[in-house]
Ligand binder design. Sequence first.
Ligand code: FE2
Length: 264
Amino acid sequence: MNKLSIELSENNVGCYVKTDLKTINDVEIQEIKKLLNKYAVLFFKEQNLSPEEYMRFASQFGQPAKYPMLKPHRDYKDIYVIERKKSDKGLSFGEGAHLDSVYMNNPPRFTFLQAVDVPEEGQGNTLFYNQFLAYEALPNEIKTKIENLKGIFSSKGKIAKTRTLREAEHGTSNTKEIKSEHKLVQTIDGRKAIYSSPGHIVGIANYTSDQNELIEFLSSHQTKKEFSFSFSWKKGDLALWSSASLHAATAFNGDRKMFRITVQ
Ligand SMILES: [Fe+2]
C-alpha cells in the first residue's frame, strides 16, 4: 500500500498529510479515511483545489449536507461560503468550541474547510481540540458517569450569536430552534471520544444532579490547552475533521473567505 507521509501537529491533536489531492487515487482515499478516524483532524497544505476538485474529494466521504444559514457557492450549491470583510464588526462565525450542526438528529460526520482568501499568517486561525485525547484524560468516575448519558444540543446554544451577522446578510434570521439528543461518548474504530459541543449543549437528558456543573466541567475539560492546536491558514490549505474534533474560529480583523463542505 502506498503509505502517505504524515506529520503530527502540536499536542498530537491532528496530523498534516503530505499529498496532492488533485491527483489522489482510491487507495490514498482509503488511507486518508483511516488517518481521519485515528487523528480526528487532517491538514493538507496549499492544495488550491478548484471547486469541482474540492467537491469531488469531499463526495468520497459521504453525502454533502445542507446548511441553510450560510450562503452557498454560486455554482456549487453544496459548498458554503464563510466570508468576513475587514469592515465587519462583531464575532467571527463559529467563535467558541463546537461541533457543526450537532442539534440535528443526523449531524454531519465530517467537515471540510478550504482557505480561499486569508489574512496574514497567524490571523484567523482555527482551533482544534482532539476529543479522543480529552476522553482518555477524563477521571474514571466521569467516564463511568457519562457513558450512557445523552446531551441535549440546541441551534440556539451560546454559539448561535456568532451567526447573527451571517444570517442577517442571508435573510435567515429568526429561524426556529432545532434540538437533538446524542450520547456524550462516541466510539470510532474502537476508540472512545467525548461527543459534546460546548457551543450547543443546553442540558443532559434524565440527569437529576446539577446539570450545569457537569456541563461546565465537560466543556472546560474538552477545551484544555493540552488537547488543542491552533492551525494557521495559508491560501489553498484544506482541513478535514470528524466529530472527534471540536473546532473554533478565532477573532481577527481582515478579509477572509473560506469554502466549507459538510458531509453525512
Ligand atoms: Fe463550525
